[in-house]
Design a protein around this ligand. Structure first.
Ligand code: C2E
Ligand code: MG
Ligand code: MG
Ligand code: MG
Length: 278
């Protein structure tokens, strides 16, 4: 009896695995055509300077409007796009789309675009960024490229060379999700980032003194290295109060606004006073 039960369980497990594999295969097939079918869309989340009550920019966040499943999170499909080698084309589309959108905003408003580590293995990255700027007419100093610590884990001279080439175009480079990767401090020495984005996991624990201490240290580190510091994932007024008390005035998070479709950006800009540089 036990034996047959065991077999039954195994068969059940096998069927589950088949279903998982099939779901993954379906996702891959659908993702291969998503870009051509116009199913990818950028949402935009404001980056706010709370000292001036101003939107300083927006981060472009990719969404996939899957015909059957509805909106799929980038956390689910970007790793798949990376594995399938689709991230090169998708990343190029994101750059062009985001720069074109931002070109229509007031000049003081910047656009932040996430780059995948895989895009740095593509020798066209610098050319892709240059082309997105040229086609859109966006001033290079309005484009911020966000990279994560995993990129620098590759400890690759060519990654550093590419970062320097990008910087030469006049764009700025932000370290995203700071504090979640490995040996963050040595990376800050390897490359002079323009901005550090403190990962939301630290912000969400700001009620704990340990997190306050870490955030305080990162703010002070950023300041002494000449990098600006922004707090990600700010959801409550209490978190904002702590951050401001520590001298961090640049934030992003649901407290201000979740990521929104492109159509909503002008409304958000109007709600905050944006200093226009004439
Ligand atoms: P990220 O670059 O760190 O983006 C911030 C994420 O935090 C976004 O998730 C955003 O919706 C979420 N978020 C913002 N404010 C809050 C908040 O107050 N509370 C909470 N709980 N979450 C908040 P999203 O849009 O799901 O994107 C997830 C990640 O996917 C991004 O993390 C980024 O690593 C990646 N990603 C998104 N778009 C792109 C893209 O165009 N290219 C690449 N390579 N990666 C992208
Ligand atoms: Mg980001
Ligand atoms: Mg982040
Ligand atoms: Mg993140």
């Amino acid at each position: 009896r036990a034996k047959s039960e065991g077999r039954g369980t195994y068969r059940f497990f096998e069927a589950e695995m088949d279903a998982l594999h099939q779901a993954r295969r379906n996702l891959e097939v659908a993702l291969r055509v998503a870009l051509d079918r116009g199913e990818l869309e950028l949402f935009y989340q404001p980056l706010v300077n709370t000292a001036h009550h101003e939107i300083s920019g927006f981060e472009a966040l990719l969404r996939w409007n899957h015909p059957q499943r509805g909106i799929v999170s980038p956390l689910e499909f970007i790793p798949v796009a990376e594995e399938l080698g689709l991230i090169k084309n998708i990343g190029r589309w994101v750059l062009h789309q985001a720069c074109a959108e931002a070109a229509g905003w007031p000049e003081a408003v910047k656009i932040a675009v996430n780059l995948s580590s895989i895009q740095f293995r593509n020798h066209d990255l610098v050319a892709d960024v240059a082309s997105a700027l040229k086609t859109s007419g966006l001033a290079p100093d309005r484009l911020e490229l966000e990279i994560t610590e995993s990129l620098l884990l590759q400890d690759n001279a060519s990654v550093l060379a590419t970062l320097h080439q990008l910087r030469k175009l006049g764009v700025s480079i932000s370290m995203d999700d700071f504090g979640t990767g490995y040996s963050s401090l040595s990376y800050l020495q390897k490359f002079p980032f323009d901005k550090i984005k403190i990962d939301q996991s630290f912000i969400q624990r700001l009620a704990e003194q340990d997190s306050v201490s870490i955030v305080r240290a990162v703010i002070s580190l950023g300041k002494s290295l000449g990098m600006s510091v922004l707090a990600e994932g700010v959801e409550t007024a209490e978190q904002l109060k702590v951050l401001q008390a520590e001298g961090c005035w640049d934030i992003q998070g649901y407290l201000v606004s979740p990521p929104k479709p492109a159509l909503d950006t002008m409304g958000l800009i109007d709600r905050y006073c944006v200093t226009t540089t004439a």
